[in-house]
Write a protein that binds this ligand. Structure first.
Ligand code: ATP
Length: 488
């Protein structure tokens, strides 16, 4: 039996070995908390994006999608509160010279208390931490670290600096001249690009409240400490949707989006027991409800997605800072108002990691006669990077040519791979490892009766089917339709 630590290491090495995720700049020894997606990772990531986009924009008549720029006017980040408030409390260990997030050091201690059955101590520490964070009391954070004798995991010493605030936004200069240029930020979230385009979209799209604006795009955060592979990165992607509603109706919509978003995750048929809601007890000053959808990663339950009822905070702030009215005229009640907002915000990379952790299995196939096993990714077929692999049984007798004809039939609609090297069993195993739902084998019989063998990834069962039926079979198994229908 593998420990969770070992399992997670296997997931990471599997992701690298098969071309899903590589450390960035690897030949230069990598760049901390930055990753590249390889040939299969890019496909899987695109499929997750497509699933989200279709579920949001295609299935909802009142949601439209945009693509705003990463650079935005610097005042936006003043208005949103990021310049003054988007901070993490950091602390350095003077011996190891390692930097930590003070709150995370304390959270790790809480987890250790819980593991040791010291639940009272854990609860007390949690409430002390919450109070210190709520009051931005950095001195209190330092004393908690001292009182609970928290040591640096590297040096093992308690020789700490003071706790300081660290702003997570990356900045750069816009314009060619060093002195005349303006400091701009790499956006730390995509949401503000939606808020500042609220009027543009509402007017040009003739949108009526309630309506939503969705966006997928890069975000950047100079995380104090980045860890757990693609869980916490400095450059990542978000899929966010802001849903604008009439004030007073926001909690109904919040409830609806909370349910809708969990349904989206569960439609992929993961192990449902690994998902849970985590209601925020302490709310940000502008929010009147907030929940995380958490997934039970090998390192414990962590946030994958947040659903927040953000009141009219963002639009009001932009109205104040820009001097432009951010109001909507509601013809049903004959009133102008600043809409309230429900936000759904999911990290694409975290969703990718959730998908990999869910899918990865080292399956024992041993029988009384022989030991056997396989690594398999039980990806939902609609998300699989390669939908089907086509194999000629041998490299001669016209089988490759026939297999190519099957490829040509299917490759317009789907990402199909052709493979003729190695024994058929080995070829199956390779496709299992990358999550390909179907393997199609062309043999001598195919030349005479136009049938092929298809082999299913999860059951490993095989069946003989007519080539003319392949398109229909694939549509039923790997197409978007069954998945999207389950969301209706
Ligand atoms: P955390 O508490 O884990 O730092 P957060 O509460 O700051 O996350 P939000 O600001 O709500 O996160 O961002 C929305 C989503 O963006 C998160 O649910 C997560 O999936 C993703 N996300 C946030 N920060 C990162 C990061 N550094 N790397 C990858 N994904 C991230």
């Amino acid at each position: 039996m593998k420990t969770n630590d070992e399992l997670f290491k296997h997931v990471i090495s599997h992701a690298k070995e098969y071309g899903f995720v590589f450390p960035s700049s690897e030949i230069y020894d990598g760049l901390s908390a930055v990753y590249d997606y390889g040939q299969l990772g890019a496909e899987l990531k695109n499929n997750i994006k497509t699933y989200w986009w279709k579920a949001m924009v295609q299935l909802n008549e009142n949601i439209v999608g945009i693509d705003s720029a990463i650079f935005m006017h610097p005042k936006i980040w003043k208005a949103s509160g990021h310049v003054d408030g988007f901070n993490d409390p950091m602390i350095d260990n003077k011996d190891s010279k390692k930097r930590y997030r003070a709150d995370q050091l304390i959270e790790d201690k809480i987890a250790r208390y819980e593991k040791d059955g010291k639940t009272d101590k854990a609860a007390k520490l949690q409430s002390d931490l919450d109070a210190a964070l709520n009051e931005d009391d950095l001195g209190r954070l330092k004393s908690i670290i001292e009182e609970h004798e928290i040591a640096c995991p590297i040096s093992g010493t308690k020789n700490w600096t003071e706790v300081r605030q660290f702003n997570l936004m990356f900045s750069t200069q816009m314009g060619a001249m060093a002195d005349g240029s303006e400091e701009v930020y790499l956006r730390p979230e995509t949401a503000q690009g939606i808020f500042v385009n609220f009027l543009n979209v509402q007017k040009t799209g003739r949108m009526k409240i309630p309506f939503g604006i969705a966006q997928i795009g890069k975000a950047f955060r100079n995380e104090v400490i980045a860890r757990q592979f693609i869980m916490r990165m400095r450059e990542f992607e978000q899929m966010e949707m802001q849903f604008f509603v009439r004030p007073g109706t926001e909690l109904e919509w919040y409830q609806k989006w909370k349910e809708t978003r969990l349904k989206w995750h569960l439609a992929l048929k993961p192990n449902a027991a690994k998902y849970r809601y985590h209601d925020h007890v302490k709310l940000a000053h502008y929010a009147n409800a907030a929940v995380d959808i958490e997934y039970d990663f090998p390192f414990g339950f962590k946030e994958v997605e947040g659903i927040h009822s953000r009141t009219d905070f963002d639009l009001s702030q932009h109205q104040q800072f820009s001097g432009k009215k951010m109001q909507y005229f509601d013809p049903e009640i004959n009133q102008n108002y600043i809409p309230y907002v429900i936000e759904t915000s999911i990290g694409l990379d975290r969703m990718f990691l959730t998908t990999l952790c869910n899918a990865y299995e080292e399956e024992d196939l041993s029988t009384a006669e022989k030991q056997d096993s396989r690594s398999v990714l039980h990806l939902h077929p609609a998300l699989a990077p390669i939908k089907a692999a086509v194999f000629p049984l041998t490299k001669k007798d016209g089988l490759p040519e026939k297999a190519r004809q099957v490829m040509d039939l299917l490759k317009i609609d789907y990402n199909i791979i052709y493979e003729e090297k190695d024994a058929i069993g080995k070829r199956y195993r390779r496709q299992d490892a990358i999550g390909t739902p179907i393997c199609i084998t062309v043999d001598h019989q195919s030349l005479t009766d136009d049938t092929v063998t298809i082999r299913h990834r999860d059951s490993m069962e095989q069946e003989r089917v007519a080539i003319t039926d392949l398109e229909r079979i694939l549509e039923n198994i790997v197409g978007w339709k069954p998945l999207l229908q389950s969301l209706l």
